[in-house]
Design a protein around this ligand. Structure first.
Ligand code: KG4
Ligand code: ZN
Length: 345
């Protein structure tokens, strides 16, 4: 549940505590103001596997049960205490409203009890800011590809603050969702991305032709057609043939998702003249995507896996670059759902 603690100087260091509960991971992290991770605790609920996706109400209830222990664990791992905090940071959206409310309410209570300021963080700014963490901060300007189960976007990042420019996003499913839905059609469990990648290793990526939405102009992504193409292919082949050719189907499908992402990245690099690319979100764990992007010949930053998937260290990282809200002004703060407005800078 917990991972690495950095050595804190308890006499000197004032630290940031961050909470992230936008989906099904209950996360707390402790960060030094310089961007070194002292603790990054992630409790994955697991419970949603049986439903084939995240059930919002179940996620909220689990956050409520876990958040106290996860915060305690983060402070203990960092060897610090509430008295040592200088700032509490929390994800306010986009995400599942009930889930976000657990994190925000907890953050408000902690910050108010110690009269601390609070930093309200946009989840996507968090994903971008994962690249800014020590020990190898990737300095802006760069192009950022965020691909996860909930979002897929391309952003032009010119400074570390929340004002990055979104230049492309998905018109329908997110890339991770495309992996999950494809995996489901092939009879794999949830979340499907890692399982589909494993199966694809034994398959031929050119066995089947799947659409990569190359006709969608510009920098936006679309995965709905791809998912439907797999659905029809599975129906046409029939159960026995699908079973026999599962690995080929997985490899060909994965290739289509990867190509679809890489095509937009190539367009965006050409359009912005950038030669620096940061990748984040759960799909960044995909080996085929990493290999494909590594061939682009740009300076590439892919943070370690635990910083690509949802985590609170990235939220703490973003908090260093937003204006904190003073006590008690943040008590009226609200969350916002997926698809709603972003926080004003
Ligand atoms: O960032 P993340 O942990 O949570 C969200 O914010 O959604 O991303 C989870 C998503 C899931 O859709 C999962 O299937 C996908 O990332 N994923 C992968 C891989 N590992 C996780 N997709 C493809 N290949 C992987 N190795
Ligand atoms: Zn995310």
């Amino acid at each position: 549940m917990a991972d690495g603690g950095g050595a804190l100087d308890l006499e000197r260091d004032r630290v940031i505590l961050a909470l992230e509960t936008s989906c099904d991971d209950t996360c707390a992290a402790v960060l030094t103001p310089g961007g070194a991770i002292a603790a990054n605790v992630i409790s994955s609920q697991g419970i949603h596997d049986r439903y084939g996706g995240v059930v919002p109400e179940v996620a909220s209830r689990h956050h409520l049960e876990l958040i106290g222990a996860v915060v305690d664990d983060a402070l203990a791992t960092a060897g610090t205490s509430f008295e040592q905090l200088e700032l509490v940071a929390v994800t306010c959206g986009p995400g599942l409203v009930g889930a976000l409310l657990v994190g925000l309410s907890t953050a408000k209570a902690l910050a108010a009890a110690y009269r601390l300021p609070l930093a309200a963080i946009d989840h996507l700014h968090g994903h971008v800011a994962a690249s800014l963490l020590e020990p190898n901060p990737f300095e802006p300007p760069f192009l950022s590809l965020i691909a996860s189960g909930g979002h897929t976007l391309l952003a032009r990042v010119t400074d570390p603050g929340p004002d990055f420019e979104v230049i492309g996003q998905t018109l329908d499913d997110a890339a991770g969702e495309a992996f999950d839905k494809g995996a489901r059609l092939l009879g794999l469990g949830y979340p499907g991305g890692p399982a589909l990648e494993r199966l694809a290793r034994d398959g031929d990526p050119s066995a089947f032709e799947f659409p990569i939405a190359s006709k969608v102009q510009g920098l936006d992504f679309s995965f709905a057609g791809l998912k439907t193409a797999l659905l029809y292919r599975v129906r046409d082949l029939g159960p026995d043939e699908v079973h026999r050719r599962r690995a080929d189907l997985a490899a060909s499908y994965q290739r289509a998702v990867v190509e679809s992402l890489a095509l937009r990245v190539e367009r965006a690099l050409a359009q912005t003249g950038s030669s620096r690319l940061a990748v984040g979100g759960g799909v960044a764990a995909n080996g085929a995507l990493r290999e494909r992007l590594a061939k682009l010949g740009v300076t590439l930053d892919v943070p370690p896996r635990e910083l690509c998937t949802d985590n609170a260290a990235m939220i703490a990282s973003a908090a260093r670059f937003v204006e904190p809200i003073r006590y008690p002004d943040y008590l009226a703060l609200d969350v916002y759902a997926t698809g709603e407005r972003r926080l004003a800078a």
